[in-house]
Design a protein around this ligand. Structure first.
Ligand SMILES: Nc1ncnc2c1ncn2[C@@H]1O[C@H](COP(=O)(O)OP(=O)(O)O)[C@@H](O)[C@H]1O
Ligand SMILES: [Mg+2]
Length: 275
C-alpha cells in the first residue's frame, strides 16, 4: 500500500453502506440520568480489562483498546499475545475480572454478545466466521438475524461493496476462495448496519493483492462513519491504514500510538515489524 490512503480517492466509490447512526441504540442501555461520555471520548473502549477463560489464569492484564467514530484502530502483536482474547472481551464473550467496556458513552460491560449486536456492534471472529454449507445469500440473511425490517437494501449495499458476492450469491460459501470467504464474513457482519465493525485477522491466508483490496474495502466502510477495530498479522500494512495502533504483548499494552507513529518507532519496528 503506498502513501497515505486518506489522500487518495480510494474508498470514495460508495458511501451507501453507511449508517453512522446505525440501527443499534446504545443509548437505551445507558442508565437513567447517566452522563454521556465527554465529547471526544472514544466511541468504543475496552478499558483496563483483566480476564481470561473460565477459571484459568488471566490472559489480559489491564488491557485498553479503543476506537473513535469512523476511525480504524488496529491491534498487532505476537502470536498468543491475547489479541483475539481482547476482541472477545470487548464483544462480551469473556467474563472480566476488572475493567469495563463502553459504547457511545454507555457502559455495556454486562451485556451479552447478542445485546451488543443490537447496540450496534458487528464482530467477525478469527475462525468459523461463515456457514460453509450455506449460500452466500443465506450467509448474509443469517447476518440480518436481529432485523425485523426489510434488509434487502443492505444486502444490495454489501453486493456493491463486494461485487463478486453478487455474482456468487447462490454458491455455497465454502466453495469460495479465501479472500471471497472473508468478504462473506465481513458482509454478514455489515447486515446489522453496525456502528462498530470488529474484525479478527480479516486478511489471514490471502495473497498480498487480495489483502490490499480488502483493506481498501475496509477503508471504504470506515469512510461511511463506521468504526473499525481490527486485529492484523500483516502488521506493517495494517498500521499504514490505521488511525490508531495497539501493540499487545502478553496481554498488556506494550505500545500505543497513531499508525504512523508506531511505524516510525524504532522499538516497534525492530520487535514487531521485522526491522
Ligand atoms: N478458548 C480458550 N480457552 C483457554 N485459553 C485460550 C482460549 N483461547 C485462547 N487461549 C489462550 O489465550 C492466550 C492468548 O490467545 P489469543 O488471544 O488467541 O492470542 P492471539 O490472538 O494474540 O494470537 C494464549 O495463551 C491461548 O492459549
Ligand atoms: Mg488471534
Amino acid at each position: 500500500m503506498s502513501g497515505d490512503p486518506y489522500q487518495t480517492t480510494r474508498g470514495q466509490r460508495d458511501r451507501s453502506i453507511g449508517n453512522p447512526d446505525g440501527m443499534g441504540d446504545a443509548a437505551k442501555y445507558r442508565p437513567e440520568g447517566a452522563a454521556k461520555a465527554a465529547p471526544g471520548g472514544p466511541f468504543l473502549i475496552g478499558e483496563a480489562i483483566t480476564g481470561g477463560y473460565g477459571k484459568g489464569a488471566d490472559i489480559l492484564h489491564r488491557c485498553t483498546i479503543a476506537v473513535e467514530k469512523g476511525e480504524i484502530a488496529v491491534i498487532v502483536g505476537p502470536n498468543g499475545a491475547g489479541k483475539s482474547t481482547a476482541m472477545k472481551a470487548v464483544f462480551g464473550m469473556l467474563d472480566l475480572r476488572e475493567g469495563a467496556v463502553r459504547l457511545d458513552g454507555a457502559d455495556i460491560t454486562a451485556l451479552s454478545p447478542q445485546a451488543r449486536v443490537r447496540a450496534g456492534m458487528g464482530f467477525v471472529p478469527q475462525v468459523a466466521n461463515i456457514f460453509t454449507s450455506m449460500s452466500v445469500e443465506e450467509n448474509l440473511e443469517m447476518g440480518a438475524f436481529i432485523r425485523e425490517d426489510d434488509y434487502r437494501d443492505t444486502m444490495e449495499q454489501v453486493f456493491d461493496l463486494f461485487p463478486i458476492l453478487r455474482e456468487k450469491r447462490r454458491q455455497a460459501a465454502g466453495e469460495l476462495s479465501g479472500g471471497q470467504r472473508q468478504q462473506v464474513a465481513v458482509g454478514r457482519a455489515l447486515m446489522t448496519q453496525p456502528k462498530v465493525l470488529m474484525l479478527d485477522e480479516p486478511t489471514a491466508g490471502v495473497s498480498p493483492i487480495v489483502m490490499d483490496e480488502l483493506f481498501d474495502r475496509i477503508i471504504e466502510v470506515a469512510r461511511t462513519g463506521i468504526s473499525i477495530l481490527m486485529v492484523e498479522q500483516n502488521a506493517r500494512q495494517a498500521l499504514e491504514i490505521a488511525d490508531k495502533g495497539y501493540v499487545l504483548v502478553q496481554g498488556r499494552n506494550a505500545h500505543t500510538g497513531t499508525g504512523k507513529a508506531l511505524l516510525a518507532d524504532d522499538d516497534v519496528r525492530r520487535s514487531f515489524l521485522g526491522g
